[in-house]
Design a protein around this ligand. Structure first.
Ligand SMILES: Nc1ncnc2c1ncn2[C@@H]1O[C@H](COP(=O)(O)OP(=O)(O)OP(=O)(O)O)[C@@H](O)[C@H]1O
Ligand SMILES: [Mg+2]
Length: 263
């Protein structure tokens, strides 16, 4: 059984169809990278997995439990096994780094102060941010904020880590650093990860499989080597980063009844 099972997932906002019959299976310990242009529904996909949005049809199951059917308490329990790294680090600005990472531990566990301190230190050192505990987010660079966001996400020892564009806006070196942190977390913690990224270099480094969302559909989901040579014109254009091709073309117009000409 897949740890994360996305089955025929569809989601629209009003007339705007964002996800249309998306199927994705992620096995335990696997690292899936999801690529796709801006606005193709990558964040919406993660929000459905977290149970922050409800599918219009289809479902998301985690360890066989269908997220949208869970009672409140059951949903909270499943959510505690998921660490989410939001698109922007989304730290609490008024709190120190320490307090940010300790937040979930204080809220969801009965750890003593000593245990909380030890776990926070452990998480900060895993992401290379040891010694920054007294700083406020405003004193950190973008890459440092992301890493504190990771430390916060792993504090509760989640089985699943979801990363929403962890490297957007970072320089190439920091992008590589973040990619390595994700790989280290995967290897050290054995977590199952879904990473959304626009950065192809880190995608190919991190991924066991790569999926591409295009116009609401998942048009491929396969190991990096197969993805690289997939002849699908959208995939090849995405890999080339070229403006010419089907990627930017308008989608075919929806089928309509014959329209009357304006008089
Ligand atoms: N709560 C919402 N209500 C209405 N529309 C929404 C909502 N959430 C997302 N959308 C729409 O769904 C579409 C997909 O959004 P989403 O944030 O998933 O894109 P994305 O693939 O993550 O893009 P990016 O790469 O820019 O982050 C967008 O057109 C967005 O406006
Ligand atoms: Mg997004």
């Amino acid at each position: 059984m897949a740890l994360i099972d996305v089955v025929n997932l569809s989601k629209a906002f009003g007339p705007k169809v964002v996800l249309s019959n998306v199927n994705l299976q992620v096995q335990e310990g696997e690292s899936l990278v999801v690529l796709g242009g801006s606005g193709t529904g990558k964040t919406v996909l993660l929000r459905n997995i977290m149970g922050l949005l409800t599918p219009d049809s289809g479902h998301v199951a985690i360890e066989g439990k269908i997220i949208a059917q869970l009672k409140r308490e059951e949903l909270f329990e499943v959510r505690q096994s998921i660490g989410m790294c939001f698109q922007m680090a989304a730290l609490f600005d008024s709190m120190t780094v320490f307090e940010n990472v300790a937040f979930a531990l204080r809220r969801h566990t009965k750890m003593t102060n000593g245990e909380v301190t030890a776990r926070v230190e452990e998480c900060l050192s895993m992401v290379g941010m040891k010694g920054t505990d007294k700083l406020k987010p405003a004193e950190l660079s973008g890459g440092m904020k992301r890493r504190v966001g990771f430390a916060r996400a792993i504090a509760l020892k989640p089985k699943i880590l979801l990363f929403d564009e962890p490297t957007t806006g970072l320089d190439p070196v920091m992008t590589d650093v973040i990619g390595r942190v994700i790989l280290d977390l995967k290897h050290e913690l054995g977590v199952t990860t879904i990473t959304i990224t626009h950065d192809l270099k880190s995608a190919f480094e991190i991924a066991d499989r790569i999926a591409l969302l295009f116009r609401g559909e998942c048009i491929a989901c396969e190991p990096p080597a197969a993805f690289k040579v997939n002849p699908h014109p959208v995939i090849q254009q995405f890999l080339r980063g070229d403006a010419d091709g089907p990627f930017l073309q308008d989608p075919p117009p929806p089928k309509r009844k014959t329209q009357e000409a304006h008089s």
